[in-house]
Design a protein around this ligand. Structure first.
Ligand SMILES: Cc1cc2nc3c(=O)[nH]c(=O)nc-3n(C[C@H](O)[C@H](O)[C@H](O)COP(=O)(O)OP(=O)(O)OC[C@H]3O[C@@H](n4cnc5c(N)ncnc54)[C@H](O)[C@@H]3O)c2cc1C
Length: 474
């Protein structure tokens, strides 16, 4: 077979595609930037005939090395960027750009990874990305109606939706998922769409996607509420969760106490906020950022009463009811990742960040385990989903080694508590051992069997999720 036209072999061009946000670096011999699904199909058929490994690369915001190639061909989705309709876009379209387009028309596509202005729709789909609002809206999965996909053998399947069975010869999933938000390994799905969502570039190239788009909420109330201790904070989270569950129970009817996001900041994160804004009360040890969609008047009084009743430092709550106020609050929240990055640069050491989630009943125990860590750290994230990012900030090689051990033992704790080693960032190449630990031998073997049936030559996303045949098993 002839090589596809447009193959780039210039190492200087390829260099720009060899790493992602994990800061790991790979190698590739060639790069292809197809502009349509027929070109993708021809490229994969050629790679299949040549036995050439193919790594799909989009915007490289992934934090796990999934888009980092271990040799072979890089297939970039950047030109799959056509917008066919508000709910029908190419896999390479920038997620945030499309959301802005929708917002201008009074529409809303809920998945909101923090990286949405840098990442692609296809990347968000195959990573089943989520973000703060997944508390109310769930991860990306729920918001995808169909995809066009090119499988590893070059076969193009159009409009793959939830009625599309797994292709003949692909085994049914023989594994289960923990009952938490999870992005660890393949979903135990019996239809092709749900299997592709979260498959991290190992089963096919998503060239086009049908989105579930809904009307934008009429108004959003945002609160940054401060608490005198962790116990009070956790009590309030439980209460907010109960309100949300009651609202969901009524066929999704949204009550005024049903938040779309509940985000947590520990005292070290608050220190970073204090350094930038004057409004953080001295008595605060913990904070929650809460977002509530509403139709009529903002339900401020109800939330105020709930905060007072829970024992929060309610008088100090920062409230944003309009776009300007929300931007001010955003700036306060941004102080945490910005301050963390400054610390990482000053330390000259990588940070080690967790992405674990646990069931509701295990949240307090997991938080206690995070608190007990005796290394420089801060903790923030999606507490509504029991999904916190504990950031360990080592200052020297000894602390880095200790942080890696702590990370592993916390991952094991999350699994022992019925949780997941990755709630949103995925497994990629860096967390294969954790996936193996979470699944156990037999479930891992069944997941690998599915990959082998879908891609016998193991050309797609080699090294992601599991080691390829002939290499290390995990
Ligand atoms: C600052 C920052 C904040 C982040 N915040 C969040 C967050 O809040 N929530 C969250 O879930 N994640 C978050 N992430 C992780 C990351 O942004 C998401 O996983 C994102 O969805 C990856 O999209 P991408 O286009 O950059 O894909 P890439 O990083 O290029 O690729 C990721 C994986 O998807 C595969 N892939 C990409 N496009 C396709 C396609 N069209 N078809 C098949 N496979 C494909 C690649 O092969 C690779 O395996 C964050 C990352 C950063 C750097």
């Amino acid at each position: 077979m002839r090589a596809p036209p447009g193959l780039i072999t210039d190492p200087d061009i390829i260099l720009g595609y060899l790493s992602d946000a994990s800061n790991t670096h790979g190698r590739a011999e060639a790069l292809l930037v197809p502009s349509g699904d027929q070109e993708v199909a021809a490229a994969l058929a050629w790679a299949q005939a040549e036995g050439l490994p193919v790594t799909i690369t989009a915007r490289r915001t992934g934090t796990t090395g999934a888009a980092v190639p271990e040799g072979g061909l890089l297939l970039s989705t950047e030109r799959l960027s056509a917008v066919h309709a508000v709910d029908d876009v190419g896999g390479g379209v920038l997620l945030g750009e499309h959301q802005d387009r929708l917002a201008a028309e009074g529409l809303h596509f809920p998945p909101d990874p923090t990286s949405r202005h840098e990442c692609s729709v296809g990347g968000a789909i195959v990573c089943n990305a989520s973000g703060a609002r997944s508390f109310r809206y769930g991860p990306t999965r729920r918001w995808i109606q169909w995809v066009d996909v090119v499988l590893a053998d070059g076969q193009l399947l159009e409009r793959v939706d939830r009625s599309h069975p797994l292709p003949a010869g692909w085994p049914s999933p023989g594994w289960a998922e923990p009952p938490v938000k999870t992005a660890a390994g393949y979903a135990p799905a019996h239809n092709l769409l749900d299997l592709l969502i979260g498959s991290e570039g190992t089963l096919g190239v998503v060239t086009r996607a049908g989105l579930v788009v809904r009307p934008a909420p009429a108004g959003v109330l945002s609160l940054l509420a401060f608490f005198p201790d962790l116990e009070t904070t956790l009590g309030f989270v439980e209460q907010a969760r109960a309100h949300a569950e009651r609202a969901r129970g009524r066929d999704g009817v949204v009550g005024p106490l049903n938040p779309r996001a509940i985000e947590y900041y520990d005292e070290n994160a608050l220190e970073m906020v204090r350094a930038r804004v004057p409004h953080v009360p001295a008595a605060a040890t913990d904070a929650l950022f809460i977002e509530i969609e509403h139709e009529g008047e903002p339900p401020l009084e109800l939330w105020w009463a709930a905060l007072v009743e829970a024992g929060a430092l309610a008088d100090h709550t920062i409230v944003a009811e309009d776009e300007q106020g929300r931007r001010r609050l955003e700036a306060v929240r941004h102080a945490v990742p910005a301050g963390t990055n400054e610390r990482v640069v000053a330390n000259g050491m990588p940070k080690i960040g967790t992405d674990f989630a646990v069931p509701d009943a295990a949240l307090a125990e997991m938080m206690a385990a995070y608190r007990a860590v005796r290394l420089p750290k801060l903790c923030f994230g999606h507490i509504g989903d029991n999904h916190l990012h504990l950031n360990l900030l080592p200052r020297d090689p000894a602390e880095l080694a200790a942080a890696r051990l702590v990370y592993r033992s916390l991952a094991e704790r999350a699994v022992a508590l019925g949780g997941t080693v990755s709630a949103e960032h995925g497994i990629g190449k860096l967390k294969r051992a954790l996936l193996a630990h979470q699944l156990g031998e037999s479930e891992l073997a069944s997941m690998r069997a599915l990959k082998r049936a879908a891609d016998p030559a193991w050309i797609l996303g080699r090294g992601t999720l599991f080691g390829a045949p002939g290499g290390p098993a995990v």
